[in-house]
Design a protein around this ligand. Structure first.
Ligand code: C2E
Ligand code: MG
Ligand code: MG
Length: 671
């Protein structure tokens, strides 16, 4: 696939949704980190603030207890009770022995030390064994929210209290301080009180954060959705064919290549097709572009209906469609396409359409053992081009047809390329040679004329016969240069022979059908011959029979002018293709050349003889001379002599020969 197309498809496939998703994930991550950090910091701060009074009270009691111990005060118990306001507490020594206590001891075993703000001495925190919602970690006091939530949900009394909002919620925690020079520990059951205001504050903070997260999430999700929708829309536009509304070539490339490279496709056989609506442009000219495009839509829809899920179809351009079909056998594929074409031909109830199909069979890749392996590379553009090259071989026909791409086609294309590349240089280097094939009078066996036939002696391609390059030149227009070249060389040869006093005979030069589009062709021919100085009666011009089906008026005008200038004009290959009898009626030609096909085989067929003798008779009645081409055997010569044929040009007498050899023939007879 061409780099630019590949890049475009890659860019389109590149999902911008991923970027949004990554941003979204990052935002969610940082928000949750921030939320957790913020809520725990808020909680620490709240607990610290709310417990401040209780810290101070415990500290105060502990100091009084210390003082009472030092002063040997007996009534420690009373002091504690009054100072703690009859709250729950206990004092234990280092062995854990309880020295004083009030209320139920629900202090847990393990605690952590922390330094509350605005206090000099650290304090030890123990969770309550019954309601251990509050405990201490490295940062400070914290709440086991899960446990708390469970309690709030399950205890009906607490639920009721919360609903009423009259009594604050009391969460117990044990605060402990070392007393009596570190020999004892004073533990006090404190309560973290949460009233309705705290709950509202906490809930509003959580609500704000939740709201932020929801807003961010909505924004991000809508961004992701709009990205996906936008990308889908972009792809649809990029891959949509504007004429048929189906898929286009870019879609075919983007889908086809990765599909064919899939492992499960290694064994499967696939073919790329180029399907063309023949004479589409003509149809548009005769009807309208709109109707033409409608027809293309119908073609696309019908083809798509005929495809399997794993097969692809796209509109390439103009009247061309590209298809990827799976097949088992070549013959079965051909039959399937024939069936498809049959239906396509009848798409329009009024017009019978025709279609050309070029097929390129994709090769299966095999390993050293011959087992099919995954296609690692595939160039669909190249394969489609092959299909197009195969399809182009059908160009000469207007009927529906199918052509397979093969090695022969590659060779032909290579040959075509070589010929076209070398043609101009070959002309300049005079690699084209004039060969002469004599024409004889069958009654006297005397030389009466000759035809100039081109040969190409190429240093690189070798000796090339006209059949291999004339059709190419006719197609690419180079034939007009060749015709001028031949005419000039023949005129020069004739002039030289005449100057030498040889008994020259008229030499015919082939003029290609493609040449007749030039309105001044007769003048061009005259000027070339006059530039050399050869008398016009020594030059004859051969037109192939098929030329008579082109613009007849222009053809007649040119022929009339040529005759006026004194050149003879002949109809070459008479009887080879379409009947041109009608042309004989309108155009006063000098010579009728009977096509070699009349003389193939041994002419035992009576009907063949009748046609030839009648053709000669017809020519005579129209005051035309006759030349029989391709005569190889004596019986044919005798027959033609008897029928009054004027000249014979064939291997029976001579093959086309180089100039030097022909020169010897004209040199033997002096005027
Ligand atoms: P054409 O003009 O009909 O030439 C006659 C062809 O028949 C020549 O083939 C000639 O060699 C061949 N031929 C003659 N007698 C016999 C025979 O007894 N047996 C067989 N088997 N063949 C015979 P060639 O030279 O290969 O030329 C083929 C065609 O190429 C010509 O057919 C003509 O259409 C074209 N051509 C040749 N030279 C030129 C040229 O200079 N200009 C143009 N425009 N076309 C040319
Ligand atoms: Mg000829
Ligand atoms: Mg001929």
């Amino acid at each position: 696939m061409a780099r630019i197309k590949e890049k475009k498809i890659r860019q389109l496939k590149k999902s911008r949704v991923w970027i949004t998703l990554i941003v979204f994930a990052l935002v969610i991550f940082f928000t949750s980190v921030f939320m957790t950090g913020f809520s725990s910091a808020f909680l620490y701060y709240l607990l610290d603030m709310k417990m401040q009074g209780q810290y101070e009270a415990v500290m105060h009691t502990a100091r009084l207890y210390d003082r009472a111990i030092i002063s040997g005060d007996e009534d420690v118990e009373e002091l504690l009770l009054s100072e703690t306001d009859n709250a729950t507490y206990f004092v234990r020594d280092n062995e854990g022995k309880i020295l004083h206590e009030n209320g139920e001891n629900t202090c847990s075993e393990y605690g952590s030390e922390l330094l509350p703000s605005r206090m000099r001495d650290p304090i030890r925190i123990y969770a309550d064994t019954k309601q251990g919602f509050i405990y201490a970690d490295e940062e400070g006091l914290t709440v086991d929210t899960q446990l708390l939530y469970q309690w709030l949900r399950t205890d009906p009394e607490v639920k009721r209290d919360i609903r009423k909002g009259e009594k604050p919620l009391e969460l117990p925690v044990w605060l402990a301080l070392n007393v009596n020079q570190g020999k004892e520990q004073f533990c006090y059951k404190a309560f973290f009180q949460v009233d309705i205001k705290d709950a509202i504050l906490l809930l509003s903070a959580a609500g704000v954060l939740l709201f932020m997260v929801i807003v961010i999430s909505i924004l991000m999700i809508s961004n992701v959705i709009s990205s996906i929708v936008g990308q889908r829309r972009m792809s649809a536009i990029f891959f949509m064919d504007e004429v048929t509304g189906g898929h286009n070539w870019m879609w075919f490339l983007a889908k086809g290549e990765p599909f064919l490279k899939k492992r499960f496709n290694a064994r499967r056989k696939y073919a790329i097709l180029d399907l063309v609506f023949v004479k589409y442009r003509n149809y548009c000219v005769c009807h309208s572009i709109e109707k033409g495009e409608k027809a293309l839509c119908l073609v696309e829809q019908m083809v798509r209906k005929k495809l399997d899920k794993k097969e692809l179809c796209a509109h390439y351009a103009s009247a061309n469609f590209v298809l990827l079909l799976e097949y088992d056998e070549e013959e079965q594929l051909k039959k399937r396409i024939e069936g498809m074409l049959n239906e396509l031909e009848q798409i329009d109830p009024v017009h019978k359409f025709s279609f050309h199909v070029g097929i390129d069979l994709l090769e299966n890749v095999v390993d050293k053992k011959g087992n099919p392996v995954r296609r690692k590379t595939i160039d669909l553009e190249k394969e489609y081009n092959n299909a197009c090259a195969a399809r182009a071989t059908l160009n000469d026909s207007d009927d529906s047809g199918i052509a397979f791409f093969n090695e022969k086609l590659v060779e032909e294309q290579r040959w075509l390329d070589q010929v076209q590349e070398k043609q101009q240089e070959a002309l300049e280097r005079e690699e084209f040679l004039v060969y002469y094939q004599p024409k004889y009078d069958p009654n006297t066996n005397l030389l009466r004329g000759a035809e100039a036939l081109i040969r190409w002696h190429s240093p690189e391609l070798g000796f090339v016969s006209p059949g291999q390059f004339i059709p190419i030149f006719e197609k690419n227009g180079f034939i007009t240069k060749i015709d001028h070249y031949m005419l000039e060389h023949v005129a020069k040869d004739q002039k030289a022979w005449l100057d030498n006093g040889y008994a020259c005979v008229p030499v015919s030069v082939n003029v290609s059908r493609a040449h007749f589009v030039e309105s001044d062709l007769a003048e061009q021919i005259r000027d070339i011959v006059d530039a050399v100085g050869t008398p016009h009666e020594y030059i004859e011009l051969e037109l192939t029979e098929s030329a008579f089906f082109d613009d007849k008026k222009a053809l007649i005008a040119t022929i009339m002018k040529l005759k006026e200038y004194g050149f003879s004009v002949s109809m070459d290959d008479f009887g080879s293709g379409y009947s041109s009898l009608n042309s004989l009626k309108d155009i006063p030609l000098d010579v009728l050349k009977l096509d070699a096909e009349f003389f193939r085989g041994d002419m035992k067929d009576k009907r063949g003889e009748i046609v030839v003798s009648e053709a000669i008779r017809l020519a005579k009645s129209l005051d035309m001379r006759t030349v029989a081409e391709g005569v190889e055997v004596k019986e044919q010569v005798d027959f033609l002599a008897k029928q009054g044929c004027d000249m014979i040009q064939g291997f029976f007498y001579d093959k086309p020969m180089p100039k030097e050899e022909f020169e010897k023939k004209v040199a033997t007879v002096f005027i």
